[in-house]
Design a binder for this molecule. Structure first.
Ligand SMILES: Cc1cc2nc3c(=O)[nH]c(=O)nc-3n(C[C@H](O)[C@H](O)[C@H](O)COP(=O)(O)OP(=O)(O)OC[C@H]3O[C@@H](n4cnc5c(N)ncnc54)[C@H](O)[C@@H]3O)c2cc1C
Length: 512
């Protein structure tokens, strides 16, 4: 039986382990943290659960292709996904509000009521969402026929990308004559992908939600990851926590094709051998540290030198003795007076609550999170001085609570738990490059890469693959899972065997 070592127990690493086991490989996962999930995580404080990840995921619709993948991974069965009616409420300072209905037809009617003069632009925007719906499910074709079918089926998608992948959302927003809609759409783009996201990227989430295939998984992100971990262990996989990989061991390939990966060396100095190594850890660390930059083409180096990544972020999590279930799951509002947070001027607060999920807070209370993109370098410098670092976190929590008071009067007296994470927290727990939250950002320059994909092997190195968000532009939990399936399929092909996948037995399913 061929042995595989997998680096990282995020969604990609866990899924790689599951598909490896299903296909007759003996897999071991080495993970630096003491729990699974990587970025897909949540944590408990004083009876509250603070979630750091999934707001929505493709694959929430029973019977969809990605849902079938989640089912193979043991994450879909027994789990309810919540499909909101309104996913985001954007409140203008003049009392005007954009409710982002997940039904695109309803959203279109609502936006046209807000600004009849912008009907043409609103119709065009909503049409992009509707036209994207057939392409929400990221399929993994199983054979040549399926591959050809998918390639032809994707042609209209390429058409949408060629037009709306080239128009930045901000530029599209500028077409609106109504200043509030202009501002609201820019805020929506900022929250859903950041600067430079093209219209086609922006309307991807609404498209998924419109067909009820972009829901929130009850139980939260860590529970979602733990379900895949349970599946992996049931399949006979071996898990090693607190096991940081420092080097990927390589030897000259006897077939004379450069080098081959033969195992890993951990931080404790121990060496572990395998026939194949798959890194589902941070891409930059894998290529430039674990492999010392020895197997890089100009193209791959170019990715890491030039492509934009999702920023890192500060997350202020609050346990609040107050029921916020009547609020939209995400609310954005502008401050009359901007505040300064980690050196940046902030004039808008975006808060989320998780009242739809009873696992997150005691009855009648709410877990609330407020996030801001933040500069990794700022925090790196600050973390050299632990006292100043801690003081800054406290200051930020106080500013955020003060800002929330404008929208939720009385909240400062209802806070029962406070937790602040920074880019350094992300880096410490996941090893992600500059604390990035989702790998490669989708912009007008990179959106085509999302369709074409990135290489999962490195030049000059055999028996080595990469899976996860650093080889799937745009990132996300569904992309991470799909990436794992693709890598094991590549391996099966190389080993001249048919790829297979199985479903877990009913007795191994936990009801959420
Ligand atoms: C705030 C936030 C919100 C998000 N919202 C959504 C959302 O709504 N929907 C969605 O689909 N996605 C969302 N994402 C993105 C999603 O979480 C990620 O794209 C996905 O989880 C990445 O999975 P991964 O396995 O590729 O990488 P990671 O989660 O980064 O996993 C890599 C793993 O490798 C481990 N590792 C790293 N280096 C080493 C080493 N040297 N040795 C051993 N182990 C190592 C890490 O500890 C980690 O466990 C969000 C992410 C964040 C942070």
């Amino acid at each position: 039986m061929k042995k595989i070592i997998i680096i990282g127990a995020g969604i990609a690493g866990l899924s790689t382990g599951c598909y490896g086991q299903m296909n007759g490989y003996a897999t071991r996962i080495f993970e630096l943290h003491d729990k699974p999930g990587g970025l897909c995580t949540s944590w408990k404080r004083k009876g509250y659960t603070f979630d750091g990840c999934i707001e929505w995921t493709i694959g929430s619709k029973t019977g969809s292709d990605v849902n079938r993948i989640f089912a193979e991974l043991g994450a879909a069965q027994g789990r309810r996904f919540i499909h909101h009616e309104v996913c985001h409420r954007i409140e203008g300072s003049n009392g005007r509000t954009l409710s982002v209905y997940t039904n695109i037809d309803q959203l279109e009617r609502h936006m046209k009521e807000l600004s009849p003069a912008d009907s043409a632009a609103i119709g065009e925007l909503c049409n992009v969402g509707r036209r994207l719906t057939p392409f929400v499910d990221l399929v993994d074709p199983s054979g040549l026929f399926e591959q050809i079918k998918m390639t032809f089926g994707m042609l209209p998608f390429i058409g949408i990308l060629l037009k709306y992948g080239k128009i930045p959302a901000e530029a599209f927003a500028a077409r609106f004559s109504d200043p509030f809609l202009r501002r609201a759409l820019t805020a929506f783009a900022d929250v859903n992908g950041g600067t430079g996201i093209p219209v086609a990227g922006l309307m991807y989430a609404p498209a998924a939600m419109h067909i009820r295939n972009g829901g929130y998984p009850l139980g939260g992100s860590l529970e979602f990851a733990q379900a895949i971990e349970r599946r992996y262990l049931d399949l006979g996989g071996e898990m090693h926590y607190r096991s940081r990989v420092e080097k990927i061991l390589v030897e000259a390939d006897p077939a004379g094709r450069g080098d081959r990966a033969v195992g890993v060396r951990l931080a404790d100095g121990s060496e572990h051998r395998a026939d194949v190594v798959i890194s589902a850890a941070d891409g930059h660390a894998t290529i430039f540290d674990m492999l010392e930059g020895r197997y890089v083409s100009g193209k791959i180096r170019g990715y890491y030198e030039k492509l934009p990544t999702f920023a890192s972020w500060i997350q202020v999590s609050l346990g609040v003795a107050r029921d916020l279930s009547k609020e939209a799951p995400r609310v954005s509002f502008w401050l009359d007076l901007p505040v300064k947070i980690a050196g940046q001027k902030i004039d808008r607060i975006d808060f989320r609550h998780f009242c739809m999920d009873p696992a997150m807070a005691p009855p009648g209370k709410s877990a609330v999170v407020v996030t801001f993109d933040s500069d990794h370098a700022y925090w790196k410098t600050l973390s050299q001085d632990p006292e100043r670092y801690e003081a800054e976190k406290k200051k930020i929590a106080a500013i955020v609570i003060g800002a929330l008071e404008c929208r939720l009067p009385g909240i400062s007296g209802q806070i029962e738990a406070v937790d602040v994470s920074t880019p350094m927290t992300v880096e410490r727990y996941t090893g992600n490059w500059q604390g990035s939250q989702e790998g490669w950002r989708i912009t007008t320059d990179t959106i085509m890469l999302m369709g074409i994909g990135m290489e999962k092997t490195l030049p000059g190195l055999t028996n080595f693959y990469m899976a996860g968000q650093w080889v799937e532009p745009g990132g996300g939990v569904s992309a991470a899972a799909l990436s794992a399936r693709r890598v094991i399929r590549m391996l099966c092909k190389k080993d001249r065997k048919d790829f297979c996948s199985t479903l877990p037995s009913a007795k191994n399913i936990t009801q959420i």
